[in-house]
Design a protein around this ligand. Structure first.
Ligand SMILES: [Zn+2]
Length: 305
């Protein structure tokens, strides 16, 4: 057993930590076309990946995500980049590591859903799913990530398989699922209500659990209130910059850095301890979050002293 990264000790000590913001929507601003494979840029346009990573570190992120959300073999096949799991994930991790080391921050290897279901709902066996996650995370680990951030999951069985693959690689994992507002509460796309999802996530070999994408920050406050009674693990939140609207064939998100930052005290009161941004958030959002998180941490330190 290797020693836990300092990142986990800081969480355990009660510090609120800041992740970075969106990658997909920001890479689109840098010229990534709709339907293009973002992970290919880790190899083909590394300077653009480095540029965004630098912007997030300069904004004050404690944890930098790798550009590897679609990094499993099934997603890369769907994007017509089959056979690139190792090079894309490794390069993504190496770029993030290099930038993070310059700023003295941590790296989270980003792992998204495969887009496939395991039996009995879908065509893949549990072993095939496991192998896909293990293959991706092995390459992320070789590239130097500190932790795995398994995110935007809808299927809790898939989340469990991914968390097990991380554990078997001795890689601490954070697992976050996506909820949608429904009458009477929030559910995953597979229909699981937030309290039940929190109980299932609590049973996983994960260092933290929570929610990302799907909603804006105001909804995330409600989601965390529903999850908190069912898990004692650190809660991780990455909200979208509001709900998307379509403009010129692209989704745009309107919540400003100031609007989102104003909700952080409520989010932290609801239990959030690792906070970042999902779709539509930018380095400017993370900069605004940094100021609030610093104030909240200073208040906590005073409360302890
Ligand atoms: Zn998102």
């Amino acid at each position: 057993m290797s020693k836990p990264p300092a990142f986990l000790s800081r969480l355990a000590a009660g510090e609120i930590l800041l992740a970075d913001g969106a990658w997909g929507t920001e890479l689109q601003k840098l010229g990534l076309g709709t339907g293009e494979c973002p992970e290919a840029w880790n190899v083909e346009q590394p300077e653009r990946i480095r540029e965004l990573a630098e912007a997030y570190c300069a904004a004050g992120a404690d944890l930098l995500k790798t550009n590897t959300f679609n990094g499993t073999r099934y997603r890369l096949r769907a994007l017509e980049h089959e056979g690139k799991v190792e090079p894309y994930n490794r390069a993504g991790a190496e770029i993030a590591r290099e930038v993070a080391d310059r700023h003295g921050v941590f790296v989270a290897g980003c792992v998204g859903p495969t887009g496939e279901y395991a039996e009995p709902r879908g065509l893949l066996t549990r072993k095939q799913l496991y192998d896909a996650f293990a293959e991706q995370m092995r390459a992320l680990k070789a590239g130097g990530v500190d932790v795995a951030l398994i995110e935007t999951l809808s299927d809790l069985d898939e989340a469990a398989v991914a968390a097990e693959a991380a554990r078997d690689l001795d890689l601490p994992a954070f697992v976050t699922v996506t909820f949608h507002p429904e009458p009477g509460g929030y559910r995953t796309l597979t229909g699981i209500p937030a309290p039940e999802a929190a109980r299932a996530l609590d049973a996983l070999p994960a260092a933290g659990v929570g929610s990302n994408c799907g909603t804006g920050l105001a909804d995330m406050v409600h989601i965390l209130r529903q999850m908190r009674p069912h898990t004692a693990k650190p809660l991780v939140v990455q909200a979208n910059a509001g709900l998307p609207r379509l403009e010129g064939g692209r989704f745009v998100y309107d919540d400003s850095p100031a609007q989102m930052a104003a909700l952080l005290p409520e989010l932290v009161a609801a239990g959030a301890q690792l906070i970042g941004g999902c779709c539509g958030t930018t380095p400017e959002h993370i900069r605004a979050f940094r100021a609030i998180v610093d104030a909240l941490n200073a208040g906590r330190a005073k409360g302890r002293g």
